[in-house]
Design a binder for this molecule. Structure first.
Ligand SMILES: C[S@@+](CC[C@H](N)C(=O)[O-])C[C@H]1O[C@@H](n2cnc3c(N)ncnc32)[C@H](O)[C@@H]1O
Length: 255
């Protein structure tokens, strides 16, 4: 990839829960999209792969009335999840996409939310997801795709983040080919519109926490300059201007 691996135990865990807190309206948009692509079968067990601080894990349990296993390699992200995202139907456990602590064909739905680009061994991860999902079960992947980059506010203030995303993220065709090789069928792609802040001021406040892994690839000057321009615009904001964007959600069905 050419970029250093982001270690959530070293950096991101501290600001993540606050800097990336889901607005309730956004959570609803995502849950509607998950439901739309989750398929018809009964969902008893969900695996949230790369569950992080548990932003979605309890919401998945409520939405599907299912047991949810959050698998997360970073001990510090799991610590936050235990404190901030506990739920009677949710457990958090160490593991990673290419080594999931689940039995064969034991899950009815898997989610990977902004995780796929962090996975170093993607072919092995696709095989592992195929192992733990029962036939007919769906895998949902929310991700940026390098050939479908969106018009993000981030790219306007920190222009090199767009070039970085174009290199870090895979293309749609490469992603589909990889999962087809592992025994999945591509069964849907929707663009989910979601709100990341209620105003430019709130957006600037979040960027100050540096809770986006792409910032780790910027120089200190690039980050400082972008933030200064954003803060100046936020100060000039007279009425709250919500920040919204689209993100791709892909669905695959285990054959
Ligand atoms: C951007 S965060 C997303 C967390 C959560 N899904 C969310 O949306 O809040 C990426 C997460 O992927 C985890 N991760 C990194 N490599 C992974 C791997 N190989 N398998 C599973 N998760 C991984 C990181 O530790 C981090 O918690």
């Amino acid at each position: 990839m050419g970029f250093k691996r982001v270690d959530y135990d070293r950096t991101q865990h501290a600001g993540y829960a606050k800097g990336r807190r889901l607005l309730p309206v956004s959570r609803r948009s995502w849950l509607r999209a998950f439901r739309e692509l989750a398929g018809e079968g009964r969902i008893r067990t969900v695996v949230d792969v790369g569950s992080g601080t548990g932003r979605f894990t309890p919401a998945l349990a409520d939405e599907f009335g299912a047991e949810v296993i959050g698998v997360e390699p970073s001990a510090k992200m799991r610590e936050v999840a235990h404190v901030e995202s506990s739920h009677p139907l949710v457990s958090y456990t160490p593991g990673h996409a290419a080594d999931l602590p689940l039995d064969d064909a034991s899950a009815d739905l898997a989610l990977m939310f902004l995780v796929w680009h962090h996975v170093p061994d993607r072919a092995a991860a696709a095989q592992e997801l195929a192992r733990v999902l029962r036939p007919g079960a769906r895998l949902l992947i929310a991700t940026t795709l390098s050939d479908r980059l969106k018009d993000l506010l981030l790219y306007r203030y920190f222009p090199r983040t767009r070039d970085i995303d174009a290199q870090v993220f895979p293309t749609l065709d490469a992603t589909i080919a990889l999962f087809e090789d592992a025994g999945f069928k591509h069964s849907g792609l929707i663009e989910v519109r979601h709100r990341s802040a209620e105003s430019l001021a709130e957006y600037a406040e979040r960027q100050r926490m540096r809770a986006l892994s792409v910032y780790e690839h910027l120089t200190p000057e690039e980050y400082r300059e972008g933030l200064a321009a954003l803060e100046a615009d936020a100060l000039a904001e007279t009425a709250p201007h919500p920040v919204e964007a689209e993100c791709d959600l892909l669905a695959f069905t285990r054959s």
